[in-house]
Design a protein around this ligand. Structure first.
Ligand SMILES: [Zn+2]
Length: 155
């Protein structure tokens, strides 16, 4: 994917190569993108779960705000996802949400309502087809783009 290649190149910037913060199998990436497209024009959100940095499963969550510009994951859906991953020894490796009509950069609301610490945030922009996907670490007043990649090997 050109998105991943671009961020790798840009984030490296001549510095020594670093391991990716997130590795997403192709099948999970495709399911995430399909969820975002399905819920448009509303924002979609969900969890990728696995063993960091590798995602092993996807858990779409309902956006209880049913909004085109912001999201809040349904707490019951989060609970279900956590219950499913614990017996498998898995953890949340990324949180995704879509931007149906803006680019894949964090919004002011994304920064202000960042309750999940350093877990990588995936933003899927539906402005283009195929979607533009970028991964970020969000802090209250800033954000850093993370290196990630899609893995075409079977999940
Ligand atoms: Zn956002």
């Amino acid at each position: 994917m050109s998105d991943a290649d671009e961020s790798t190149t840009r984030a490296a910037g001549g510095a020594p190569a670093r391991p990716p913060a997130l590795v997403v199998p192709r099948s999970i990436y495709d399911a995430m993108a399909a969820h975002c497209v399905r819920d448009a024009p509303l924002e979609a959100c969900g969890l990728l779960v696995g063993h960091p940095p590798r995602a092993l499963s996807i858990h779409p969550l309902r956006n209880e705000l049913a909004s085109a510009t912001r999201y809040n994951a349904d707490p019951r859906d989060i609970l279900d996802a956590v219950r499913a991953m614990r017996p498998l020894g898995r953890e949340i490796v990324a949180i995704y949400h879509s931007h149906p009509s803006s680019r894949a950069f964090p919004s002011r609301v994304d920064l202000a309502e960042n309750h999940y610490g350093e877990i990588p945030r995936i933003i899927v922009s539906l402005l283009e087809n195929p979607p533009e996907t970028r991964v970020w670490r969000l802090d209250p007043a800033s954000y850093v783009e993370l290196i990630w990649r899609i893995d075409d090997a079977p999940a």
